[in-house]
Design a binder for this molecule. Structure first.
Ligand SMILES: Cc1ncc(COP(=O)(O)O)c(C=O)c1O
Length: 344
């Protein structure tokens, strides 16, 4: 196979080689946002890929990811998931729920930082689906990952078969699911006869790796703007390209990316990961009030804020179209309403 452009059907055929558990309602809709576009001046058409509607336990990008992670875990006869992130993690909520559905024990190690631990939002769902939750003081990233790896080791020593948050294994598989998402977008835009000028998504991880790879593999002739929700202690474009290349290996396709092909924008993180920004809050309010679509303050509102800033800066010619990939995350707003209503 050469590294020329693949059709959506060829991408789907490549993914057939990987074990998969169906969890999400796919394909998700691609919708136009006419009132939102009009509020931005009406010159640029804005479309939204409704991955907030993946269906599984309130939707979001992790429902797609988990189809491949649980495929991998079941192929390995796993009997316990060892996972972790922040208290209001969408990842943990969706993973705990998939464990419940598949009859696998779930142990969550949730980094507390300054966060509230009332059972609300994602944490409430973690409890409802029966996850065993332990709060931790380690920061997310390498510190918490070390705790998770150690817990997995202990379980293995006790004769269990753990599947754990081990980024080199799970991130490329999660990225594969977003190559498939781009295949859906490609077909949906073709049916509308629309060629996008840009794709936007909130990511500094697996989702962005898949979007960047899908952009190249499927021949999107536009940038894929990865709007980073958090900083990491590594170079995000380099890691994103590496994970995209590992995903391409898993898919058995020859396409490869370099860091210079990754459009990762860290300028929308301020005032910090998980903290609302004025631009994000404006985006959240505007989308809710023009289209009745909700976003969250941690991820999607900030990415939408970047789209708004680019449209207002005149980055796109009149008549052009941009696509916002909505990755979900809405349960967190119920846990932190004071962050969402500030500035209204
Ligand atoms: C709602 C939402 N959007 C985007 C992301 C970023 O996804 P990824 O970590 O795959 O880059 C996350 C990650 O937790 C998320 O919960």
């Amino acid at each position: 196979m050469s590294d020329s452009v693949l059709s959506p059907a060829q991408v789907r055929a490549a993914a057939e080689r990987l074990p998969r558990v169906r969890l999400a309602h796919l394909p998700t809709p691609l919708e136009e946002l006419p009132r939102f576009s009009a509020a931005l001046g009406g010159k640029v058409r804005v479309f939204i890929k409704r991955d907030d509607c993946t269906g599984f336990v309130l939707g979001g990008n992790k429902a797609r990811h988990n189809e491949f992670l649980f495929g991998d875990a079941l192929a390995d006869n796993c009997d316990v998931f060892v996972w972790g992130a922040l208290v209001q993690s969408n990842n943990c909520r969706t993973t705990a729920a998939a464990c419940a559905k598949l009859g696998i024990e779930c142990r969550l190690y949730l980094s507390k930082a300054h966060l509230k631990t009332e059972p609300q939002g994602n944490l409430l769902i973690d409890y409802l689906v029966g996850a065993r939750v332990e709060f931790r003081n380690e920061k997310i990233g390498p510190e918490l990952n070390a705790v998770i790896a150690q817990k997995a080791d202990e379980l293995r020593a006790a004769g269990r078969r753990p599947y754990w948050w081990h980024p080199p294994r799970v991130v490329p598989l999660a990225a594969v699911s977003y190559v498939l998402c781009l295949a859906e977008i490609k077909e949906q835009l073709a049916a509308l006869n629309v060629s996008p000028s840009a794709l936007y998504v909130s990511s500094a991880g697996a989702t962005g790796s898949g979007v960047a790879l899908g952009r190249k593999v499927l021949g999107f002739e536009c940038p894929a703007r990865l709007i980073c929700p958090m900083p990491w202690p590594w170079d995000i474009p380099t890691r994103t390209a590496d994970d995209a290349n590992s995903a391409a290996e898993r898919l058995g396709i020859p396409h490869r990316l370099t860091a210079s092909e990754i459009d990762a924008d860290e300028s929308y993180i301020a005032p910090g990961y998980g903290l609302p920004s004025p631009a994000g809050q404006e985006a959240m309010n505007l989308l809710a009030r023009t289209e009745a679509i909700l976003t969250d303050h941690v991820y999607t509102a900030k990415a939408l804020g970047a789209l708004i800033a680019d449209v207002r800066a005149g980055k796109y010619a009149p008549g052009s179209s941009v696509v916002f990939i909505h990755t979900g995350g809405v349960p967190a707003i119920f846990a932190e309403p004071e962050k969402v209503v500030s500035g209204m």
